[in-house]
Design a protein around this ligand. Structure first.
Ligand SMILES: Cc1cc2nc3c(=O)[nH]c(=O)nc-3n(C[C@H](O)[C@H](O)[C@H](O)COP(=O)(O)OP(=O)(O)OC[C@H]3O[C@@H](n4cnc5c(N)ncnc54)[C@H](O)[C@@H]3O)c2cc1C
Length: 323
């Protein structure tokens, strides 16, 4: 069963989520081809890395007009490739761009799509998918009954395979004629005020809620995050209060994250927050209320005042990690 995957470039780097998708494709391919598509501008530098993650073919579609993401152009390119290559499965990351493309491609091809998939396996020659629904309260298992299916994989869930620098993928350049019927045009990319780690890619996240009381107090979390090499996230109430930008919001109306370690500081653990972080591999909660809901999903709980606990953690981690 050939598998088509989509690579994604951000800040001139292949995202970890794309490598996870490639890794999962390689695990499922069972000797069949993994074909990775890369769309953008100046793409040749990425081929070696994609190859080392087991791709058999790399399709490069390069054009200056593709340098910035455009869902219409990207999805039309993918639809044409899928029609020609006829893979059994199309995998891509379930992040902002990936989810948009997955929906467009599936609609255009009239195929089913499993979005935000957290597990994928082949049983009796049929694909089975796991996908959390109802804000993560229910885990749904699906079985594919069609010969072709698309799935967007939740980032930070699927482990990376070991790189094999000896693997040599075949590199194929496909031509692209810029379309003149674009319905959307990118005018400007608004960069965040300060460059901080992107939460959906981070392995460690230190997150703050209303317990932080004011924007300036996020500095405490930034200090801890710097020592740990972590990103700083926030609950919706912290975002609504204007303490943090929306791009750092974790939860139902923010981002779904699955880091190795999630440290929740002054966050009560409302269901809309839990749906965004409960698949983290290890959760530490710091809250002064021993009854706080967040402790129900935490692996480790610290009942205490975050204004005392967080600086102590920063000090201790600094001692351990800098020695
Ligand atoms: C449709 C919808 C979508 C939503 N989407 C999201 C979403 O995406 N993400 C999200 O987060 N929420 C979302 N919410 C809001 C959610 O319901 C909660 O209101 C929100 O998560 C609560 O944020 P919080 O935990 O920061 O604040 P609170 O619930 O007020 O909790 C603050 C916590 O801080 C603790 N605390 C206070 N002072 C200290 C201290 N000094 N030391 C230690 N602990 C302290 C308190 O004990 C308390 O537990 C959504 C709600 C709706 C209705």
């Amino acid at each position: 069963m050939d598998i088509l995957t989509l690579g994604e470039i951000k800040n001139q780097k292949l995202t970890r989520a794309s490598l996870e998708v490639l890794s999962e494709a390689k695990r499922l391919a069972n000797g069949k081809k993994v074909i990775n598509v890369l769309i953008g501008n100046n793409l040749k530098d990425f081929s070696a890395l994609i190859s080392s993650y087991g791709a058999s073919e790399i399709l490069l579609i390069e054009d200056p007009s593709l340098g910035e993401f455009n869902s219409q152009s990207y999805s039309e390119i993918l639809v044409n490739i899928i029609k020609e290559k006829k893979p059994a499965l199309f995998l891509l990351p379930a992040n902002i761009h990936g989810k948009e493309i997955a929906a467009l491609v599936s609609a255009k091809l009239e195929i089913s799509l499993i979005s935000d998939c957290t597990d994928l396996k082949i049983k009796d020659n049929l694909l089975e998918y796991i996908h959390p629904i109802y804000s993560g309260k229910v885990i749904a298992a699906y079985q594919s009954l069609t010969s072709f299916q698309a799935a967007a994989l939740r980032p930070n869930i699927f482990p990376l395979i070991e790189e094999n620098p000896n693997n040599q993928a075949q590199i194929i350049h496909l031509s692209f004629i810029p379309q003149d019927n674009l319905k959307i045009k990118l005018l400007e990319v608004l960069k965040p005020k300060e460059e901080t780690l992107e939460i959906s890619e981070a392995r460690i996240i230190v997150s703050g809620g209303r317990g932080l009381k004011e924007a300036e107090n996020f500095k405490l979390l930034e200090e801890l995050a710097e020592v740990l090499g972590a990103a700083v996230g926030a609950s919706r109430l912290a975002v609504d209060a204007g303490w943090r930008d929306h791009q750092y919001q974790v939860g139902q109306t923010g981002k779904v994250v699955s880091p190795d370690l999630y440290i929740a500081c002054g966050i009560s653990g409302a269901i809309q927050h839990l749906v965004g972080m409960s698949s983290s591999k290890c959760i530490i909660a710091i809250n002064k209320d021993p009854e706080a809901n967040i402790f129900k999903v935490a692996n480790y709980g610290i009942v205490g005042d975050l204004f005392e606990v967080v600086p102590l953690l920063t000090e201790e981690f600094k001692k351990i990690l800098t020695n």
